[in-house]
Ligand binder design. Sequence first.
Ligand code: EPZ
Length: 440
Amino acid sequence: MDKFVIKGGRRLSGEVTISGAKNAVVAILPAVILSDEPCIIENVPDISDVRIGLKILREIGAEVTNMGNYTYKIDPTKICRFCVPYESAKKMRASYYFLGALLGKYNRARVSMPGGCPLGARPIDQHLKAFSLLGADYNLSQGMIDLKAEQLTGNQIFFDVVTVGATMNAMLAGVKAKGLTVIENAAKEPHIVDLANFLNSMGANIMGAGTDVIKIRGVEHLHGTDYSVVPDQIEAGTFMIAAAATKGDVTLKNVIPKHLESITKKLEKIGVNVEEFDDSVRVWVEQGAPLVKVNVKTSPHPGFPTDMQPQIATLLTLADGTSIITESIWDKRFGYVDELRRMGADITVNGSVALIEGTGKLNGAPVKACDLRAGAALIIAGLAANGVTEIEDIFHIERGYDSMEVKLRQIGADIEKVSEPEELQTALERNNIPENAEAV
Ligand code: EPZ
């Protein structure tokens, strides 16, 4: 199994280029199905969720060509199946976007139910509500979701909760439905806007994405397009916090500063400097300046992103004083806390609230990533810690961060990806021998 080995205590400095957004591209790739012509997608991050999405497109019959330089040509005109195999769908939660896209194009879709998740319950009732309101019947059996519609017809959809996934799926199913669809209480994240922009570039008629009311007028045909995926707000935020945690001075290129506003404001309250330019931001901490405690409550965009919660918690373990973090989106998003405690963090969790006593320092230790953003938080902790940190289960991290260790090395981090031979790992486990046991 691969792991990251980090020698902490080095200031990050220099320039890093942010990749295309994971949470946009996992919806844009299925959305290509809706087109009647080939599409070119640029700024596609090289992450495992993308590789799974492209594999599913090939499995249903699309022609996928890697053009190089993070660009793919996808021809959906040869798609001949509307069922996404369980083997692929189970590896990526976002495979449920194939439901909306296949239903929107063929009035038919069959996709495996999304699997479990370290963040707690991941219901899809609002997705199914949207599909039903548009005229589809659904059946849940043998772990599959089966959707069928005679004709999709526009309707009023009011979401009971603000949900990114269901907002995306409602757009995918609604763009070719007959008449007007109005989505109310819609999610407003940058990736919602990016999917709407992509669909409109194919000839869809979507207004209001980025607000809580999205209006879609159905169209007969969607044509090919050449589209570049929006820069990743969360990857950018993660690097901003890594710079702050190491008291460094880093310029992030290929970002949209407006998307980072809630993160920037929080960092400035902590005592971090952020300077904005057209498509970049500079993040630095004055030598000797203290990091100050703050309280954070996650909420849907434009609030502080839940996907940045583990990362800012890690930064606050280095601040002076007691910080309070309230997680309002997911009921189990503190899985990383036990790992940070192994590094000397003083964090108490009670339900959806974490109390962080800033100790000003962390110590390197062997730790394990339990999910994507928890893994990112452990990298930040390792960069700031005294000594060596080994992070296992980095496959979680590689789901959503493109070449994280390469980018960090470019700005001065001492981080290596080490591949532990499977046979060694199994032998150690089989004989229950601790990895660092002395040879006898
Ligand atoms: C997306 O997940 C992101 N994933 C998540 O990012 C992110 O944490 C989340 O949005 C919130 O921003 C992708 O975009 C691939 P939701 P999603 O539907 O769409 C409840 C990461 O780290 N809900 O917005 O699954 C749900 O339980 C990942 O990149 C229902 O009740 O999240 C949650 O409490 C982790 N019924 C809230 O809504 C539903 O039908 C928000 O969920 C759907 C959701």
